[in-house]
Design a protein around this ligand. Structure first.
Ligand SMILES: Cc1cc2nc3c(=O)[nH]c(=O)nc-3n(C[C@H](O)[C@H](O)[C@H](O)COP(=O)(O)OP(=O)(O)OC[C@H]3O[C@@H](n4cnc5c(N)ncnc54)[C@H](O)[C@@H]3O)c2cc1C
Length: 421
């Protein structure tokens, strides 16, 4: 495919096809661009903003370091500048907003001054997590690679040819030929379904109901003062709520970013029964039905907490079943590999899914850089990435299950195999 004027130097082989312009796929694309490696990203959605990307995403030390390694320095600064302003700690409370103690999961948030875990990036940094507005983060990740991200291209199938090239076909009848195909197409990945058919994430029996509430003066007046000041984790009967205040600075000049107004992000995690969501209907509930569920779930809660949901932005309401992967034992590498939720979906209770996807992107871009420089074969590079990815994602899945356990007192129907491992 033709190079575009966006890139000051021509991009070199191998050519990488990335399916999915989510956080992992776009971060990989940026990491490849940094190294001058040719790539194209194919996304099913018609545009970056064609679906509500309603929630905030907490980027931990490993995620930040992956972004730092993959993005040009100026763009990494934009990522930092567009994150929510830090808050002063965490409230651990019950639904009456009384303090509770003894419940904590290491991956939830590192306090300033904590020693960061060794993430393999080889440098120390401020270990403070950064809360990003998800859509803004995707806009940052798109910057400078717009010409290489192709929308309205739903993956349909691929074929590995004998000459070690991969032919990828899309729903509009077009196809791409490349040296490597990367599945970054999320939890329902069609690429994974073909590449690793046994690696299907299992339903935990839990679900997550999430949305946001704009921080207008009228709304803030109705909320308990506890909520806008700090992150809150609310422990209820068979469920838990995470509330995060998202206050933004003006966006940096020179970047076209659609910054949101300040809001409070919240997510309720619980057993489907506790959330009143049936097994069959859960995925398809509409906003009005979800709002009615919220009203029922929060009956009897502190009025200053209830107001958070009553004042919520109805359009942002969403529900999703929580599924978790069991990363399969090593598989023989080929020119088709997997990244992010496509291979290691995990409970959002650990706040690690996106961070793990970003770390994958960092690892894979570095390995492909080694191959591009002729220091490794392409197959060895992909195998090296997959081995490292399996190891770190298994740890993240485990931490996420532990997070679910602390929040809910149980980790779900599936995870015995992982916990035993
Ligand atoms: C409520 C909630 C809160 C969360 N909070 C956090 C958090 O704070 N921190 C954290 O680390 N993680 C968090 N997560 C998890 C995180 O959102 C995911 O792990 C992360 O988005 C995975 O990134 P990804 O790039 O692998 O997949 P995705 O972000 O899902 O991107 C996949 C992309 O592929 C596209 N696609 C799908 N099928 C096709 C196809 N056939 N052809 C072409 N394109 C396709 C999709 O449209 C999408 O753009 C949270 C999840 C939820 C639900």
């Amino acid at each position: 495919m033709a190079q575009t004027a966006k890139f000051s130097v021509p991009l070199k082989p191998p050519h990488i096809t990335i399916v999915g312009a989510g956080l992992g796929g776009l971060c990989l694309a940026q990491g490849l661009r940094q190294q001058g490696i040719a790539f194209d990203v194919y996304e099913r959605d018609a545009a970056l903003a064609s679906r509500t990307q309603g929630y905030r995403i907490r980027i931990d030390h490993a995620g930040q370091q992956a972004l730092k390694a993959c993005l040009p320095a100026a763009l990494f600064s934009v990522f930092q500048a567009t994150g929510a302003m830090p808050v002063a700690g965490v409230n651990l409370v019950d639904t009456r907003l009384e303090a509770v103690s003894g419940k904590w999961v290491e991956s939830w948030r590192r306090a300033r001054g904590d020693q960061p875990a060794d993430t393999g990036h080889g440098e120390s940094a401020d270990a403070q997590d950064l809360s990003a507005n998800r859509q803004t983060l995707r806009e940052v990740l798109m910057h400078g690679i717009e010409d290489r991200v192709h929308f309205g291209k739903a993956f349909v199938r691929y074929r590995e040819d004998e000459d070690a090239r991969v032919k990828t076909a899309f729903s509009d009848g077009s196809c791409a030929i490349s040296d490597v195909l990367v599945a970054a197409d999320g939890i329902n990945s069609l690429v994974r379904r073909r590449r690793l058919p046994g690696a299907v994430p299992a339903d935990t029996g839990f679900a997550c109901l999430y949305g946001k509430t704009y921080a207008t003066p009228a709304t803030l007046a109705r909320l308990s003062g506890l909520l806008p000041a700090r992150t809150s984790i609310v422990f209820g009967d068979g469920l838990a709520v995470i509330v995060d205040p998202m206050r933004f600075r003006p966006p940096p000049a020179g970047y076209r970013l659609d910054m949101p107004d300040d809001y409070l992000y919240w997510a309720i995690i619980g057993a489907r029964e506790a959330l009143g969501i049936g097994w069959e209907a859960g995925d398809a509930l509409q906003q009005d039905a979800l709002a009615a569920r919220l009203e029922r779930i929060t009956t009897g809660w502190h009025a200053g907490l209830r107001a958070l949901f009553q004042q919520g932005d109805r359009a942002s309401l969403a529900m999703m079943p929580i599924r978790t992967a069991d990363v399969p034992a090593a598989w023989p590498s080929s020119a088709v590999t997997v990244l992010g939720d496509a291979i290691h979906a995990m409970s959002p209770a650990g706040g690690l899914g996106a961070n793990t996807a970003l770390h994958d992107a960092f690892l894979l871009s570095r390995q492909l850089g080694e191959a591009a420089a002729g220091r490794r074969s392409l197959r060895a590079a992909i195998g090296g990435y997959e081995a490292a990815m399996r190891e770190h994602s298994a740890r993240a899945i485990l931490a996420s299950l532990r997070g679910t356990e602390v929040l809910l007192g149980a980790s779900g129907r599936h995870p015995e195999r992982i916990l035993a491992g």
